[in-house]
Design a binder for this molecule. Structure first.
Ligand SMILES: [Zn+2]
Length: 482
């Protein structure tokens, strides 16, 4: 057999196994896995290295305007390059609908932006305006193109679609085999806190954490799950930041609810004390939901270890520490007017590897599942997320032993800070291949702009009706079609 590339003498790990093997790549796919493979137009020596499925970043804001109109600092070129230096071989950023905008227009806009990517990509649609045309004409066209996930917000006045809007979207998602993702925080609780804090003159960055209580997340997670159960639709809770929220997710999964969830490195690594750094420095750590405390970190780690979370994602939301990003409303803006979000697409996997695998909290197989395989399965990237014959040759080669101090330069993004600055991390993703082509190699960028391709994703298996099938469901009994 003729191979374009052979990766030899590495230790291969998937979500289930770790073994010594050579990998033969032909036409962008994994063609063979064997103890020894000869030949190959190109041979990559992976001696002393880990050969893993490339990471799949399933939560990133790239070339995206926030609802208040701030453009993220990374576009699809810089964002995908940064992702690759972080060990990712594909990613699924958001394509956000502004109110009044058609979904066809949203997709056309992001297709133009995505064309610069050096990694394979898809989009989760953010729906902020679920009109009948959107629900019944435009979303079905998006599904037909292989966009099989979308996200809704329970918070932010310009994004929050209300419980009825969520039920409409969950219902359409169930009909088409899509999965709904939700940002779960109680909007009125946050607004009520904001008002009281403003009345008391409490506007420094540290009050951002006070304004978004743990209860606001826990209540909204519980409500979102109830809404999804009413129409038997699968649900993905993004960026779970509380012990209580994770506990609700765990309880529901154990009772058989079709539920998925993620947490993010910032909730494992940082605390609300970071919001109280001198001057306006705390603005760098403003994200929603907010950072919590060390007890929460311990609890979230336990849920990472025990399988409550499907994945650990970055929620890369890059706003620079200047007037184009964090301080669009002035350098002394009150916390509600400081742009929300922090970067982390290049730090996600080095953090999870070092704090997870190297420190013995999770196995290498769990790392692969949390960083790649589970996202591929949940979001319908059927050719990605594993190392097996026939799969796309999306591979990350890691040096598992070298330690480094995290710095801005390692991130390769368009940012002027990293919230992970100064952390000592062991393990470096050195080389990334996407469909067999180098994106990075030995720490250098090889890819050309536009090398990535749009990935049409498969629909999700919906499973049997449970709540809807119960005779106590009045809509079913009286022939109302939902
Ligand atoms: Zn996000």
């Amino acid at each position: 057999m003729e191979f374009d590339t052979v990766i030899h003498d590495g230790t291969v790990s998937t979500a289930t196994d770790t073994f010594k093997a050579d990998i033969g790549i032909a036409n962008g796919r994994i063609a063979a896995i064997a103890e020894h493979l000869s030949g190959g137009a190109q041979r990559i020596d992976a001696g002393g290295r880990l050969v893993l499925p490339g990471g799949i970043e399933a939560h990133a804001h790239i070339a995206q305007e926030s609802s208040s109109g701030v453009m993220s600092a990374d576009d699809y070129l810089s964002g995908s390059i940064s992702a690759a230096f972080g060990g990712n071989s594909s990613f699924i950023p958001f394509a956000a609908q502004q109110r009044g905008q058609s979904i066809d227009d949203v997709i056309a806009t992001y297709d133009a932006r995505g064309a610069r990517s050096v990694l394979d990509y898809s989009y989760h649609l953010i729906i902020s305006d679920p009109t009948p045309e959107v629900l019944h004409e435009q979303l079905p066209r998006a599904f037909a193109r292989g966009i099989t996930s979308f996200k809704v917000f329970m918070t932010y006045d310009l994004m929050n679609i209300g419980d009825a809007g969520m039920l409409d979207i969950l219902t359409v998602a169930r009909q088409h085999g899509a999965i709904t993702m939700v940002h779960a925080e109680n909007n009125d609780m946050v607004k009520w806190m904001n008002k009281r804090l403003a009345d008391g003159g409490h506007t420094a960055p540290k009050f951002h954490a006070v304004s978004r209580p743990e209860l606001a997340e826990e209540e909204a997670i519980n409500r979102a799950i109830s809404l999804a159960k009413l129409v038997d639709a699968p649900l993905f809770i993004v960026h779970v930041s509380t012990a209580g929220g994770a506990q609700i997710v765990q309880r529901e999964i154990l009772s058989g609810t079709r539920l998925f969830a993620e947490t993010c490195p910032q909730y494992l690594a940082l605390t609300r004390d970071d919001l109280d750094r001198p001057g306006m420095e705390g603005a760098k750590f403003i994200c929603s939901p907010p950072l919590r405390d060390t007890a929460t970190q311990d609890a979230l780690w336990k849920h990472v270890q025990s399988g409550t979370f499907t994945s650990v994602s970055s929620d890369h939301a890059p706003y620079r520490y200047d007037e184009t990003g964090k301080f669009l409303n002035g350098f002394d803006a009150p916390y509600p007017k400081i742009s929300n979000g922090m970067p982390g697409i290049a730090a996600r996997l080095p953090y999870l590897f070092s704090e997870g695998v190297v420190k013995g909290r999770i196995s290498l197989q769990q790392f692969v599942a949390l960083s790649s395989t589970n996202a591929a399965r949940t979001f319908g990237m059927t050719n990605k997320g594993s190392i097996a014959p026939g799969m796309d040759a999306d591979i990350a080669i890691w040096d598992p032993e070298t330690s480094r101090t995290m710095s801005l330069a390692d991130q390769h993004d368009n940012m002027d800070y990293t919230p992970f600055e100064g952390m000592e991390l062991t393990g470096v993703p050195e080389t990334v291949l996407n469909r067999g082509a180098f994106v990075t190699h030995k720490g250098k960028l090889i890819a050309q702009e536009g090398q990535g391709k749009f990935v049409a994703r498969a629909p999700m298996e919906m499973g049997p009706r449970k709540y809807l099938a119960k005779e106590r469901n009045p809509l079913n009994n009286f022939g109302v079609d939902i």
